[in-house]
Design a binder for this molecule. Structure first.
Ligand SMILES: NC(=O)c1ccc[n+]([C@@H]2O[C@H](COP(=O)([O-])OP(=O)(O)OC[C@H]3O[C@@H](n4cnc5c(N)ncnc54)[C@H](OP(=O)(O)O)[C@@H]3O)[C@@H](O)[C@H]2O)c1
Length: 288
């Protein structure tokens, strides 16, 4: 793996001295707020702001195509008490068929796993947000609990549906909201109070990220810009996938797929750091 060239970095010092930071340089975070976790996101996007080709190459890795980006994801996971993910990312990536029974969003780099331990973090945790709660949990490896702790956040109605349907010894369920829409502010408070989560990494997808940002809950974003142009409208010659049948929109998602902002309330961000590896750009922004 190549080293990151630091173009500038106005972020905090690392919480501990450790050789594992070597390829990247320092990485620290401000103290977490008292009532909810410090929430930071991580996305890889194309030059034109797209995060998925859709079709049979719908994963974030198809956009990033970078060993260093994969490593940075682990570095960020090392600093997070849990990873927050929308269920469509789990479902879409499972349907790509690259891993039987789908992905587990966990660290792979042994040096960074060691760093995570040194930082005093507990077992890795994946938290999935779903309002519909129609997933068959037994179809997904992540809910087996063998590699990470798994949590589902849903509404009262969703929790009822899950309880009626599941024979699986299903994961811990957190309830926030009534019918279809998970109350993300309430969720953030519950994750802090009930699970003790101080640092929460949102790995998307764009729908979950958009709703989180609209609720003012994203404190920071780590953005990898890949030197590739993708186009928002999937071309007619692109092969369709199972996920495309479920969601036939020809539009590929940008990082933000929820109702946005007006010119008066759009949030502006401080550009905290920028690194480079080859043609890839790794930036960090903090909400003002
Ligand atoms: N390039 C990257 O870095 C990157 C990162 C992540 C994902 N991706 C890609 O993005 C695509 C998936 O993105 P996506 O936007 O379709 O999906 P997503 O954000 O992963 O999941 C959306 C689903 O999450 C649930 N959800 C989110 N917010 C909710 C709320 N406030 N209340 C209730 N439910 C909520 C809903 O599930 P229910 O319908 O069950 O209610 C919703 O349909 C995949 O192709 C994935 O590979 C790329």
């Amino acid at each position: 793996m190549r080293k990151f060239e630091v173009l500038f970095d106005e972020g905090e010092a690392s919480p501990v001295e450790d050789a594992a930071y070597g390829p990247y340089g320092r990485l620290g975070f401000p103290p977490a707020p008292a009532a909810r976790p410090w929430i930071f996101s991580n996305f890889a996007q194309s030059l034109d702001g797209i995060v998925s080709f859709k079709g049979k190459h719908a994963a974030g890795a198809d956009i990033s195509r970078s060993e260093e980006d994969r490593w940075l994801m682990d570095l960020l996971r090392a600093h997070a008490d849990a990873v927050l993910i929308g269920v469509s990312t789990l479902r879409d990536e499972t349907e790509l068929g690259q891993r039987p029974r789908g992905p587990v969003f966990r660290m792979m780099d042994p040096e960074l796993c060691r760093l995570r331990q040194k930082l005093g973090k507990r077992r890795e945790m994946n938290i999935f947000v779903t309002g519909a709660a129609t997933l068959d949990l037994s179809a997904f490896r992540v809910f087996d609990g063998e590699l990470v702790d798994a949590v589902v956040v849903t509404t009262k109605a969703g929790a009822k549906r899950l309880a009626e349907k599941q024979t699986h010894p299903h994961p811990r369920v957190i309830v926030a909201g009534e019918e279809r829409f998970v109350d993300l502010r309430q969720t953030a408070g519950l994750l802090r109070r009930e699970l003790g989560i101080e640092y929460l990494l949102c790995e998307g997808g764009p729908t979950l990220y958009g709703y989180l940002s609209r609720a003012g809950l994203v404190d920071e974003k780590f953005v990898t810009v890949s030197p590739v142009e993708v186009g928002q409208l999937a071309p007619p010659e692109q092969e369709k996938s199972v996920a495309d049948e479920r969601n036939p929109s020809p539009y590929r998602p940008t990082t933000f797929n929820a109702p946005g902002f007006t010119v008066d309330n759009a949030p502006w961000w401080k550009w905290v750091s920028c690194r480079r590896v080859g043609e890839h750009q790794f930036s960090r922004y903090r909400r003002k």
